[in-house]
Design a protein around this ligand. Structure first.
Ligand code: ZN
Length: 591
C-alpha cells in the first residue's frame, strides 16, 4: 500500500554510488508527489513499464498476491518441528525435509531440476573426533594443559581413522595471509612444514586501503585460514578466537565444531591434520607462558614486515576419528524460461535446508536444533517466491531454478557440490539470490543487502527497494564477512554474480534501534542453539517484504537483455570471465 506512493521517487536513486552504504529513496510520503514523474523513464528497468510507472510489466504485480504470511508460517512450523530432528545432514530428518521440499516444488508445477528427479545426491564424509579432554603443551620440562570446550575446540583435518600431531612446534604467523594484491605475506621464507601455526582471526581492518578496511574479505574467514596453513604444509593450525574478530561468540565455535563434522570426499590437495580454535584467554596465557606477549605479537602482525615467530612450545595431540559416509542432496526444481534462447540461462534461488541436527549430549534439556530462523525461514521465503513465479501468465525469459542446498552449516558443502557439478554451465547462470534467515520482527523501512558494491545487481536491488519504498543499505556488518558465510559464496566462486538479501533493521512502528536489538538478542540467545524455534512473537510481514523483493528482483534479472556483471576489479570477475570463455569450448575441454 505504502509502496505505491514512492514509485515516482525511486528512479531518482538510480545513479550508482560505488556501492557504499546508501540512503536510497526518501521514505517521506510528502515528498513523493513533488518528485519529477518523468524521471522514471530514465531507468532502463522501466522500459516495459506497467501501470503507474512501475518498473515491472503490468502482469507481474498480481503474482505478488500469492505471497502470504500464513503460508510462510505453515512452512516454518512444519520444517522446524521436532519431527525433522534438526535436519542434520544424512539423518532421517534431513531426508524428510528433502522429500517435503521436492513435494512442494512438484505441486507448484516445477520440473525436476536434477535430471530425472528433484534431488541431486552427494556423499559426505562424517568425521567424529573423540576429542581429548586435555591438550598438553611442552616448553622445556614445563607442561601446560588446556581444557576442551572451555579453552579449545579441535577438529580433524584428515578423513582417516586418526589425526595426530607429534611434538610439533608452535609458530605465531600473524593473520596467516598471503595476498599479493595487497603486498601482504605473513609467511615470508619461513619453512612451516610440520609446524602448528597460531593465527589471528579476521584480516587487517584498520586501513581502508588494506583488505577493504573493516569489510571482512575471504582472507578473514576461518576456511581461508586453514587452507592457507595447509598450503604451507603445516601439521595443524590454531585460530585465536575473539568475538569481534570472529563476528560471533565462542559459543558458536563450540556448537559448530562439536559432534560430527562433514566434508565432501577429499581429493589429493594437501590437508592439515588438526584444525583448532583457542579462546582469547587461553591463547593469552599460553603465549605469556611461552615468554611472549600476545599484544606485542598482535602489534607486530600489523606490519607488512612481520615475520613468523616460533614460540618455543611444542605439542602433541591425537584424535581418534570415527568415520561415516552419509548421503544428502540438494533439492532442485526448474521453471523453464519462455524465451527460446535466454531460457538456456538461469536465475538460481538458494536456501539451505539443513541445520545442526540433534545434540547427543544426554545433559541437554532441549536436544533438537530446530533451526527455525536458520533456515526454515529462508526456505519459506524461497517457496513463496517459487509460487509467485507460477502465478505469472507466462514464465520470465530466463529459466528459474529453485535450489534448496544441503549441508550448509558444515561449510557450504551442498552449494559447493552444486558449484562443482552444476546443472547449467556456470557461464549461463545469470545470478544467484540466496536466502539464509528471515525478517521475523515485522515490516522494515530498510533492506540489508550483502554483496552490495560488487556487481550490477545493485541496480536491480535499488529498483526493487525503491518500488517497495524501502531504503537500500549495504552489508550492515561488513566486518562479519557474511558474503563468505552462506551459499552465495559457492556461486560467486564459480563467477556467478550473487547476492544475499538480508533482514532490514528499521522496523516500522518500533522505536529507533529496536530492530538491531532484536537481532543482537537473537545472535546471543538463539543463533545455532536449540532455542532457535518458531514462537508466537514471529511477525511474518517482514518475510513477505523479503519474498516480494526476491521475486521482483528475479523477474528483472530473468527478463533483462544481458546477464548481470561483476563490477570491474571485483575479486570474482576473473572467474566469470573464465566461465564465459568455457562456453565456447567443447564440453570435454571444460573442467
Ligand atoms: Zn543458515
Amino acid at each position: 500500500m505504502m509502496r505505491i506512493l514512492f514509485i515516482a521517487a525511486l528512479a531518482l536513486t538510480a545513479a550508482c554510488n560505488g556501492g557504499r552504504e546508501e540512503e536510497a529513496p526518501d521514505a517521506d510520503p510528502d515528498r513523493a508527489p513533488t518528485a519529477d514523474p518523468t524521471a522514471r523513464s530514465t531507468d532502463p528497468a522501466s522500459a516495459e513499464a506497467g501501470a503507474q510507472g512501475s518498473p515491472f510489466p503490468r502482469e507481474v504485480l498480481p503474482a505478488l498476491e500469492t505471497i502470504s504470511p500464513d503460508d510462510m508460517r505453515a512452512v516454518v512450523a512444519e520444517i522446524s518441528s521436532d519431527a525433522y530432528g534438526g535436519r542434520g545432514p544424512g539423518t532421517e530428518g534431513d531426508e524428510k525435509a528433502r522429500r517435503y521440499l521436492a513435494g512442494r516444488l512438484e505441486a507448484l508445477g516445477y520440473a525436476p531440476g536434477a535430471g530425472d528427479g528433484y534431488q541431486q545426491p552427494f556423499d559426505l564424509i562424517g568425521i567424529t573426533a573423540a576429542q581429548p579432554q586435555r591438550w598438553t603443551f611442552h616448553r622445556g620440562d614445563d607442561t601446560r594443559e588446556l581444557e576442551q570446550r572451555a579453552e579449545y575446540i579441535v577438529g580433524s583435518g584428515v578423513q582417516g581413522e586418526s589425526a595426530a600431531i607429534d611434538d610439533a612446534e608452535l609458530v605465531f604467523v600473524g593473520y596467516g595471509i598471503e595476498a599479493p594484491e595487497y603486498q601482504w605475506d605473513d609467511f615470508g621464507d619461513a619453512d612451516l612444514e610440520g609446524k602448528v601455526l597460531v593465527m589471528l582471526n579476521n584480516d587487517p581492518d584498520w586501513d581502508p586501503d588494506l583488505f577493504e578496511g573493516e569489510r571482512r574479505l575471504y582472507y578473514g574467514r576461518w576456511g581461508y585460514k586453514y587452507e592457507s596453513a595447509a598450503r604451507q604444509r603445516a601439521a595443524g593450525a590454531i585460530i585465536i578466537h575473539t568475538s569481534p574478530s570472529a563476528g560471533y561468540p565462542w559459543q558458536v565455535v563450540e556448537t559448530s565444531w562439536s559432534g560430527t563434522q562433514f566434508e565432501l570426499p577429499q581429493g589429493d590437495e594437501p590437508g592439515l591434520r588438526v584444525k583448532a580454535w583457542l579462546t582469547e584467554e587461553a591463547a593469552r596465557e599460553l603465549v605469556e607462558w611461552s615468554g611472549q606477549d600476545l599484544d606485542q605479537l598482535v602489534e607486530a602482525a600489523r606490519s607488512r614486515d612481520f615475520e613468523p615467530v616460533p614460540l618455543g612450545v611444542t605439542t602433541s595431540i591425537t584424535l581418534d576419528n570415527e568415520l561415516t559416509r552419509v548421503q544428502s542432496a540438494n533439492v532442485l526444481g526448474l521453471l523453464e524460461g519462455s524465451d527460446p534462447e535466454l531460457s538456456k540461462e538461469v536465475v538460481i534461488y538458494t536456501a539451505h535446508h539443513d541445520h545442526l541436527g540433534t545434540d547427543e549430549d544426554p545433559r541437554a534439556d532441549d536436544a533438537i536444533y530446530n533451526g527455525a530462523l536458520d533456515n526454515a525461514a529462508g526456505m519459506a521465503v524461497v517457496l513463496s517466491i517459487a509460487e509467485a513465479f507460477t502465478a505469472l501468465p507466462e514464465p520470465p525469459r530466463r529459466s528459474i531454478l529453485i535450489n534448496f542446498v544441503g549441508a550448509e552449516e558444515q561449510g557450504l558443502l551442498g552449494s559447493q557440490y552444486y558449484a562443482r557439478n552444476p546443472t547449467f554451465p556456470p557461464g549461463r547462470i545469470a545470478a544467484n539470490l540466496n536466502f539464509d534467515g528471515g525478517a521475523i520482527w515485522g515490516e522494515t523501512e530498510d533492506i540489508g543487502f550483502i554483496g552490495m558494491g560488487k556487481s550490477d545487481l545493485d541496480e536491480v536491488a535499488r529498483t526493487v527497494a525503491g518500488y517497495q519504498g524501502r531504503t537500500l543499505k549495504g552489508d550492515q556488518d561488513p566486518d562479519k564477512g557474511y558474503y563468505y558465510r552462506s551459499d552465495q559464496f559457492s556461486f560467486a566462486s564459480i563467477g556467478v554474480p550473487a547476492i544475499y538479501p538480508d533482514a532490514g533493521r528499521v522496523v516500522i512502528g518500533k522505536p529507533e534501534g529496536w530492530g538491531q536489538e532484536q537481532m543482537d538478542a537473537y545472535t546471543e540467545h538463539h543463533y545455532h542453539q536449540a532455542s532457535d524455534e518458531l514462537t508466537d512473537a514471529w511477525n511474518f510481514s517482514g518475510m513477505v517484504q523479503e519474498a516480494e523483493f526476491g521475486f521482483l528482483a528475479g523477474v528483472l534479472i530473468a527478463n533483462q537483455d544481458d546477464m548481470p556483471r561483476w563490477n570491474p576489479g571485483d575479486e570474482f570477475e576473473a572467474a566469470r570471465q573464465q566461465a564465459i570463455e568455457a562456453l565456447d569450448r567443447p564440453p570435454e575441454g571444460r573442467e
